[in-house]
Write a new protein. Structure first.
Length: 365
């Protein structure tokens, strides 16, 4: 790992070129200052090339920083965007104050024109519906607009938006690319025609990317049908706690249509959402879990449950976002059940569930 922020200039006088004589679009052929290039970050970007469909990769200090970087590059007058990560919507609001950019919805696509930016998030944060990329790419191409896809919730190898002809793919690398809840970065991937410590951590994380991002959706695809089926059962105790479960794998009409499985051949993502029947249960549940942690973010090897209302104003206060880690599925089920028990639903199962939790040796606060 290299931690230097500045580097000696070349001793060869022929290599000392004044800034005004340099091509601003040329790549740096030597190290100057870590804000421009740094060894670990460059190595990280190079390593991301193949997993991200062979595109050109640039990393940033955070996911939102990568979105900010797109604005002066494309300078759109209008951004067409649907629901999704609230941070991007706040960023657009800030851009409006500075540049006057106009925000429109995906229902306004008939107005999409040349130079506009179409922002698609798939799957959506936090409700995890998948969007049909072929449909939106076709709209963008017909109108002469740019299309940006935020694919944070389905990192490679789950899906590759570049295959659909999008212009730019964005990821919050803090999530599944990092995968250990100890680094922060953003990633932009484009077709080809940072912090340096994060670059070093990113290289570390890539060594397990194919293991984590395959295991985590498999876990979600076991938990989701279990909860969904219990909710559907008349008189089910789970149904008394949960109103509904939402996950990409439950988009039955889109699965029958064929585009969803084609677009996400590697799996339907490790994140799902649940709506509780009562807000009081939402307040109690996350804090009574032992395997799932009640915390911000997602994508790490540890499972998280997040009450969205704590950071995302305007969301249904009954909504909980679940990010699956790499723990044992049966242990995760037991953890959910014992938390339901605390909330007053599963009193009869309390003894056996407590025994299960004791056996998995999870430390209690």
């Amino acid at each position: 790992m290299q931690v230097a922020i500045n580097y000696r200039y070349h001793r060869d006088l022929e290599q000392l070129v004044p800034m005004q004589n340099k091509d601003p679009n040329a790549s740096f052929d030597s190290r100057i200052y870590s804000r421009y290039t740094a060894p670990n970050s460059t190595r990280f970007e190079t390593a991301l090339h193949n997993p991200f469909g062979g595109g050109g990769v640039v990393t940033y200090s955070s996911g939102l920083a990568s979105f900010h970087a797109i604005m002066p590059l494309l300078t759109p007058k209008r951004i067409f965007i649907g629901e999704g990560y609230h941070g991007v919507h706040r960023s657009i609001k800030l851009q409006d104050r500075v540049t006057g950019v106009e925000k429109l919805t995906l229902q306004d696509l008939n107005q999409l024109g040349r130079g506009d930016l179409l922002h698609i998030e798939t799957p959506l944060n936090p409700t995890v519906e998948a969007r049909n990329l072929e449909h939106y790419v076709a709209n963008a191409r017909q109108a002469g607009a740019y299309i940006l896809v935020d694919a944070t919730f389905a990192s490679p190898p789950l899906q590759d938006p570049l295959q659909y002809g999008v212009d730019i793919v964005m990821h919050s690398g803090t999530k599944y690319i990092g995968g250990h809840s100890d680094m922060q970065c953003g990633v932009l991937v484009v077709h080809q025609d940072r912090k340096d410590f994060e670059g070093w951590l990113g290289i570390r994380s890539l060594r397990t990317l194919h293991l984590r991002v395959i295991k985590q959706p498999q876990t979600a695809e076991k938990l989701v049908p279990w909860l969904h089926e219990e909710v559907q059962k008349p008189g089910s105790l789970v149904g008394k706690m949960i109103d509904k479960v939402q996950h990409t794998s439950l988009q039955e009409a889109d699965l029958k249509g064929g585009w969803l499985r084609k677009q996400m051949p590697g799996g339907f993502g490790p994140v799902f959402s649940i709506w509780m029947n009562k807000e009081e249960h939402v307040r109690r549940l996350p804090s009574r879990l032992y395997i799932f942690q009640h915390a911000m973010s997602l994508g790490g090897v540890e499972s998280l449950m997040k009450w969205r209302a704590m950071s995302d104003e305007g969301r249904d206060p009954r909504l909980i976002r679940v990010s699956c880690g790499v723990e044992d599925v049966e242990d995760m089920k037991a953890d959910i059940l014992q938390a339901f028990g605390f909330c007053g639903t599963f009193h009869k199962q309390e003894t056996s569930i407590a025994y299960r939790i004791d056996k998995i040796n999870v430390p209690r606060d």
